[in-house]
Design a protein around this ligand. Structure first.
Ligand code: FAD
Length: 432
């Protein structure tokens, strides 16, 4: 059983190299903080519009969630359509749903335009129901989505579920053929290359320590202090997601960093892999404390979940490896003897309302809050905010929606309530 943190995706890829000795420029049009999907997508768009962009990354390209995720390029948002409609009304909900579909096209277009070799494939996703009442709700959801958003989902009754998944524990499923899968580490590396090819400069091992308003020759802008010296920029774009820290305190207070963990087996015999997932779909279940899983392009089972709520460290990774293995063999008893070769974790960003948010905070641009849908939505938001900063007026229904902080302001960016949230979700899964 693998114990040490080892991310399978990283064994399939070489990241582009950057010149570690190159000094930071004195001035940039835009300083982008974070070299994940959000920051790199924004940087690519801004550079294509002619801006001089410096990407500042405290670790290395793709080091955050962007190289650690399940590679599921998913339609929809974390909140269901009924919740969205009652919160935002039918028109804004329709635009949000359309944006979630457009975000998959956005990834596909970038992959094609930039020739990113990341196993992108429109394999569809399958949601599986852990309870009969969850399955009963699928029919209702599929009808609303077809009638109101002109998007077709296919409800799969329990009697036909064996055509979709080699597990007998679920009450039925729902397939969306529009979703896709990819190798996220290859994708983020390709996005970095694309940003560099369009003129953006990436500075790895460059931690931003502080950002202050500052004017230069009468022009308003920002003085940015980093571990590799200062930089002045006209604009700042923050793409730090679940790793948002004290440099942007007002953003940090609105983001809950939540740990998610993944195990990956040895390469499975072809017949077994086909039995587990005949169409190679991206699969997740209907629980709050959910499992998500898929086959990798080389035929391993990649199985993830919020096994611990706390972000990744040696303890949470070790514990998660055991819990996830138990979860995997519960779903797929056929994997009882499969060797687990990789285990790793990463940090997701949840807003208190579980919605994506983008726009400006304290004068800086940002996009955050993808709640496990970030492969597509982070790419999309990076592009849209980049276009907006370049002076365009792109469609973006997430700009300007209320961005709540913690109830009663009881949060300073240190998520003391995560054990309570974890317990609460377990209770919800039990009763709902
Ligand atoms: C285990 C796991 C599984 C997931 N599975 C899926 C999935 O299957 N499908 C899906 O759609 N989404 C999934 N997600 C979510 C998705 O990966 C994220 O939403 C997405 O990668 C966010 O991208 P990002 O660029 O905003 O942030 P990140 O990729 O997290 O990048 C943020 C970067 O900011 C840098 N940074 C932070 N502070 C500073 C600073 N002060 N100075 C400089 N740099 C800084 C960090 O080093 C980091 O590299 C998963 C996430 C995890 C952790």
């Amino acid at each position: 059983m693998a114990r040490q943190e080892l991310n399978y995706w990283l064994t399939t890829i070489e990241f582009p190299t950057t010149d570690q000795a190159r000094p930071l420029p004195d001035i940039a049009d835009v300083a982008v903080i974070g070299a994940g999907f959000t920051g790199l997508s924004a940087a690519r768009t801004l550079s294509k519009h002619g801006a001089r962009v410096a990407i500042l990354e405290s670790e290395t390209i793709g080091w955050g969630a962007s190289s650690r995720n399940g590679g599921m390029v998913l339609t929809g948002l974390k909140l269901g359509v009924s919740q969205l409609k009652s919160k935002y009304g039918p028109e804004l909900t329709r635009r949000m749903y359309a944006a979630s579909l457009a975000s998959i096209d956005c990834v596909e277009q970038i992959v094609n335009q930039e020739r990113i070799d990341c196993d992108f494939s429109r394999c569809g996703h399958l949601e599986v129901a852990c309870k009969q009442k969850h399955f009963d709700d699928y029919q209702r959801q599929a009808e609303i989505i077809e009638v109101e958003f002109n998007h077709k989902l296919r409800v799969v009754p329990r009697s036909e579920l064996n055509l979709e998944i080699g597990s007998s524990i679920y009450f039925g499923g729902m397939v969306d053929e529009t979703s896709a899968g990819c190798n996220p580490a290859r994708y983020v590396a390709g996005l970095a290359r694309a940003a560099m090819n369009s003129g953006a400069e990436i500075y790895e091992h460059t931690r931003v320590h502080s950002i202050e308003r500052d004017s230069r020759n009468g022009e308003p802008g920002w003085k940015i202090s980093t571990s590799r010296g200062p930089l002045w920029a006209h604009e700042v774009f923050v793409g730090t997601s679940g790793y948002t820290g004290t440099v942007t305190p007002n953003l940090q207070k609105k983001i809950i960093p939540i740990g998610s963990f993944i195990i990956t087996t040895e390469i499975l015999p072809k017949a077994l892999a086909h039995e587990l997932s005949p169409h190679g779909r991206m699969i997740y279940d209907s629980k709050n404390y959910l499992y998500y899983y898929r086959l990798t392009p080389d035929g391993r089972m990649l199985f993830g979940g919020r096994a611990a709520f706390f972000p990744e460290n040696d303890h949470t990774i070790r514990r998660s490896a055991d819990l996830l293995r138990r979860g995997m063999t519960y779903v797929y008893p056929q994997l009882r003897d499969a060797r687990v070769e990789y285990v790793w974790g990463g940090t997701l960003d949840f807003a208190f309302d579980i919605m994506p948010h983008a726009g400006q905070i304290d004068g800086m641009y940002y996009a955050v809050g993808y709640a496990g849908h970030g492969v597509a939505m982070a790419t999309y938001q990076g592009q849209k905010i980049g276009e907006m900063m370049a002076g365009d007026k792109p469609e973006n229904p997430f700009i300007g929606i209320p961005f709540p902080g913690a109830p009663l302001g009881l949060y300073n960016g240190k998520p003391w309530f995560l054990p309570l949230a974890g317990a609460w979700y377990k209770v919800l899964d039990w009763v709902s």
